[in-house]
Design a protein around this ligand. Structure first.
Ligand code: ZN
Length: 196
């Protein structure tokens, strides 16, 4: 974020509110916001997420995804909530035409100090250990907000997207071999305590 750099031009002064709603922060200072709570809402483009973008079809225009996210403490446990509203376009693995995949939904991830805290959670709760996700920059510790949201999108994205009612006529002799692939994001899943 470089909004500070353009304050010399009065007509382009960015007020604090506009600045905070302009772009999904790549990271959030835990020292500043873990206790006070942090909220951001706005829109992102799928191309803001480079790993996601590499999976999407270039054959269809992508549209914005609404994001509302809150970092807050409940019963002394830090949690990241975010809700997504929108869809992205993949390539149908059967007919190779664009297929929309709805990303809309709400997510909650507990951010724990240690495994002891995990014992207080319900079995279905997703959690990450802060020491594994927080990034230190000098004395300050940051949560990689955009990366965590992208991780969640990648985990929920279909491995082999297809139209529900794909009408491709299979004009081949014999069966089409369905190849079972291991998710390229299995490592992400392994980081998680639980997957819903
Ligand atoms: Zn299809």
């Amino acid at each position: 974020m470089s909004t500070q750099n353009i304050q010399s031009s009065p007509s382009r002064t960015v007020d604090a509110k506009a600045a905070t709603t302009s772009q999904l922060p790549a990271r959030v200072s835990l020292d500043k916001w873990a206790d006070a709570g942090f909220t951001w809402s706005g829109q992102v483009l799928p191309s803001d997420f480079t790993r996601l973008e590499s999976l999407l079809t270039p054959e269809h225009e992508q549209s914005v995804i609404g994001v509302e996210t809150t970092l807050s403490k409940t019963s002394n446990v830090l949690g990241l909530d975010f809700a997504l509203d929108g869809e992205v376009w993949f390539t149908c693995q059967r007919c190779l035409q664009p297929v929309a995949v709805d990303l809309s939904g709400a997510h909650h991830i507990d951010l724990l100090e240690d495994e002891v805290q995990a014992k207080m959670l319900d079995d279905d709760d997703e959690y990450l250990l802060l020491e594994e996700v927080a990034q230190n920059d000098g004395p300050e510790s940051f949560l990689p907000l955009a990366r965590l949201i992208e991780d969640e999108i990648l985990l929920k994205a279909p491995l082999s997207p297809k139209h529900d009612d794909c009408e491709m006529i299979i004009d081949q002799v014999g069966e089409i071999e369905e190849v079972e692939e291991e998710s390229p994001f299995a490592a992400l899943a392994a980081l998680k305590g639980k997957l819903s």
